[in-house]
Design a protein around this ligand. Structure first.
Ligand SMILES: CC(C)(COP(=O)(O)OP(=O)(O)OC[C@H]1O[C@@H](n2cnc3c(N)ncnc32)[C@H](O)[C@@H]1OP(=O)(O)O)[C@@H](O)C(=O)NCCC(=O)NCCS
Length: 163
């Protein structure tokens, strides 16, 4: 799937379905954004899951992977397992594009509600999800382990999807 013509530094951003063959690229971007990172085998396992619905954002041609979103469907619900945009491409609408792409895809599978967990100290993600219509639905105490620091709570957010 190719989505809208968004440009960063004159290069086109595209949204492509991501299967297990994208695990290496996604793990490489993930490692620069998250601590601890997920290794390639873990990412491949998620992408390979029959319920996975995942995309990468690519920039230019040949395609550099600059963002990813991994979602999973269970009956009429869906969850965002992870999302990330390479630091140098943030604040250009790529995160929004990834979430919109996942929502469009799961709506076609008749998903009615989407969930995610986000760390309470992750202002960028909290803003992104709020802007996209997700609202808080609960808190998981100490959900995110932080190497060398205290664990951080997660806010569970949800959004109802219309079909
Ligand atoms: C969260 C993340 C995916 C956002 O990606 P992005 O491409 O920068 O997001 P967008 O450019 O689409 O931003 C959409 C909206 O989100 C909000 N937002 C994004 N980054 C923000 C920031 N640093 N501070 C405040 N608001 C922010 C804004 O409302 C923004 O809209 P605006 O630019 O019109 O104001 C990105 O910051 C990231 O990869 N962070 C590290 C990984 C991570 O934390 N993932 C989420 C785990 S739950």
């Amino acid at each position: 799937m190719t989505a809208a013509a968004k440009l960063i530094d004159g290069k086109r951003v595209s949204l492509l379905w991501a299967g297990p063959e994208r695990a290496g690229c996604i793990a490489a971007v993930h490692a620069k954004l998250f601590n601890p990172p997920w290794d390639e085998a873990n990412v491949r396992g998620l992408l390979d899951h029959p319920a996975a619905t995942s995309f990468v954002a690519t920039l230019g041609s040949p395609n550099d992977v600059v963002g990813f979103i991994i979602g999973q469907i269970a009956a009429d619900e869906s969850e965002i397992l992870t999302i990330g945009v390479a630091t140098e491409c943030q604040r250009h609408g790529v995160g929004k594009m990834l979430v919109e792409g996942l929502i469009r895809a799961v709506q076609r599978a008749e998903v009615r509600r989407m969930f995610l967990d986000v760390a309470t100290d992750n202002a960028a993600a909290l803003h992104l999800y709020s802007k996209m219509g997700f609202t808080p639905s609960g808190v998981r105490k100490g959900y995110y382990a932080r190497p060398g620091a205290a664990a951080v709570d997660a806010v569970t957010m949800a959004r109802t999807l219309t079909i």
